[in-house]
Design a protein around this ligand. Structure first.
Ligand code: FES
Length: 136
């Protein structure tokens, strides 16, 4: 009888722990997917960025390039395994496995399988530039 009670308690404790872990996992999944949130981020005014320069915004995984025509936004995430790429004099390079990308983001040498993504941008009502990270 004692052994049976012990096994019941252990089962109950294990079931409670599994339930708690499952509940926490669900909360994390729903909060990380930003249910109902926009994929658009505001990056400020064009004048916030120096001319003819790529500015890395690592938190969002993008480079912002400004020239006389305006802003352009390209991904700073390598298409091989997701490392943050670096700007070179004539393109981009991944420090992890050496992939090289042209100025336009095309793969010059692998192992990266795809070109870098460019994102759509638009002006928000307050005049700031918005990047749509879902629109490549
Ligand atoms: Fe960039 Fe592997 S992660 S080359």
């Amino acid at each position: 009888m004692k052994r049976r009670n012990f096994l019941k308690r252990v089962s109950l404790i294990l079931a409670s722990v599994a339930g708690a872990i499952g509940g926490i996992s669900l909360i994390r999944i729903f909060s990380s997917n930003q249910v109902g949130k926009s994929s658009k981020i505001k990056i400020g005014l064009p004048s916030d960025y120096p001319l003819d320069t790529y500015t890395l915004i690592e938190d969002h995984g993008i480079f912002i390039y400004r020239d006389h025509e305006g802003l352009q936004v390209v991904s700073s995430i390598c298409t091989h395994l997701g490392c943050t790429i670096q700007r070179t004099t004539d393109g981009f390079e991944c420090p992890c496995h050496g992939s090289c990308f042209s100025d336009s983001g095309e793969v010059l040498s692998g192992p990266a399988p795809r070109s870098l993504s460019w994102y759509s941008i638009e002006k928000s009502p307050d005049g700031r530039v918005q990047v749509d990270l879902d629109s490549k």
